[in-house]
Design a protein around this ligand. Sequence first.
Ligand SMILES: [Zn+2]
Length: 332
Amino acid sequence: MQADQLFVGLDVGGTKTAALIVDPNDVVLGQVTVPTRTANPDELLTTITRAIQAALAKANATSQQIQSIGLGVPGQVNPATGIVKLAVNLNLQTFPLGPAISARFKAPTFLENDVRTAAIGAFDYLRQMEPVQSIAYVSIGTGIAAGVVLNGRLHRGQNGMAGEIGHMTVEPNGHLCNCGLHGCLETIVAGPAIIHQMKAIDPKNNTQSAGDVYEAATQGNPAAQTVVQRVSQHLCRAIQWLIMTYDVEKIVLGGGVTHSGDAFLAPILGELARLRQQSTLAAELLRDEKLHLIPPDYNPGVWGAVHLANQMSTETITYISANDGSRSSLKT
Ligand SMILES: [Zn+2]
């Protein structure tokens, strides 16, 4: 026998979609991860529908028990209308994803950008251990971006894109980025960029992933060590920007590249120590304990989506339901 108030969270990625179902006490009842199909919007809707149905089956529950649904989606998201724009990885230009899901499951559906959603999940994770109020969550995977929570509130910015540090120019004459600019941070520190740099130094290297590069570096491979040092210096700079800009209590690091654990973190801490030696300001602001690594078995994206669904956070905005145009409040 399950509660009638179930909350569904989804982390919709370009390759995988994770779904989580919890009861009002955040007890996990069902979770699945399925491949994302993105050929057209209908396929994406089918992916999301099947992920929810599969998670419901694991929870031994029915869709009538769903209280609300939250989704973290890569792209520009308008939480008030549920419309997603410029979701390149999902093959969506402009699409009313929230209303479509809401209509299928007859439940209020709340959307937010995926990294902003993961920032909510990272904030909740950290709050279980200490009473933090302000964090920046940095996701480092196929891209890099941050989500910022200030005084317990998700900081969205004018276009919901606050924290898109991946497209800050760090090398004006650097490589062309997917966004059209040259030398974005993303062209250096994201997973594909790490592999690319390794192959540029050592073309015969059989590196398949950023994890391979980090492992090779710990085993003493000079090319890998060069790449890791460069990546760590730029990540350290990004951490410095976020701390100087937002004066947050914690910088939380997550995403696939961070799953190398100590091999990932140690060179960043080394770079921070180097800056602290040079500057009393850095010594005050860039302390090791400001950094926190999300463990690989905690998915902040899907937990953030659950908390979008159950309206755990603090800033109230209005969401227009697809079915009847009625309004319900969403706190993000
Ligand atoms: Zn860019």
